[in-house]
Design a binder for this molecule. Sequence first.
Ligand code: DGY
Length: 344
Amino acid sequence: MTRPQILVTRATFPETLERLARHFDVQANPDDTIWPTDALARHLQGKQGALTTGSERIDAALLAACPQLKICANMIVGYNNFDVQAMASRGVVGTNTPDVLSETTADFGFALILAAARRLTEGEHFLRRGEWKKPSFYRMFAGAEVHASTLGIIGMGRIGQAIARRGARGFGMTVLYHNRARLDAATEAACGGARYVSKEDLLRGADHVLLVLPYSTATHHTIGAAELALMKPSATLTNIARGGIVDDAALACALRERRIAAAALDVFEGEPAVHPDLLRLPNVVLTPHIASATVATRRAMAELAADNLIAFFEKGRVLTPVTPIAPTTAITPVPSVAGAKENT
Ligand code: DGY
């Protein structure tokens, strides 16, 4: 019996590759080359499955060039690299990796809130530059309180809820949230009595605003100049969701003019490029899209993506679908660790 052929589009854990190789003929990318679309389509020729990342855009043109492709298993929770409609209309299944990264990503989100509020990297850069010449004085890098302040979370999926719990239980914060839909009362209570408010009320009321909503054309520039103008001058903004949710140029302008106090960004419009104005500003903490990056969590994400491929080809089902399953594919979604939609 011929084995399915799989493309692994980016470098990943050797043990995940070894596991996949027990089930499939695998073409890996150990050099971690970023393939432009035409090269990706070439590498996908003859492949029925792919282990993908956010670097690969899976759209109608690519699918037309790769008619034998049946499944793309993202090694990440976000799936804005998938054209879900195009995949669904060709009967191509898409999956992601929810849940396994929620707590780890929430830890990092909280680290960024603290870093921005307490001016952590600004102080460190000052010290490394050799500018710490006399003992600390009363206003040296004085920042904003985090404990007992108001946390505003836009996007109250699994990660947003995990951050709300940290804020409410660990730091005694009042939690406001805005989301596509209001959470049920039990979930709000478990999130420290989180209060559902309009986006505008959240921006006006929060001391620390955190973005953790999925990216789509509808959420593009959720935060731009008008929204930044609503925030308190003492407030911070943290984005661990996706580049494009914040208008980075407008944010740089607001930070430069001190219309908000500070920001922390793990994701950027057009990353890995970073808006040059942000690079020049002291009051923004910048990290290279690493919110889920612990060894254990990245391993769990790779393994869940592999689980999806194996389940698809061997059992005719997947664990964490993000595309509707076309009736002709005879694939039964297994409701296990994930709901498919609002899963960041
Ligand atoms: C995710 O899993 O979506 C993270 O942002 C990593 O890309």
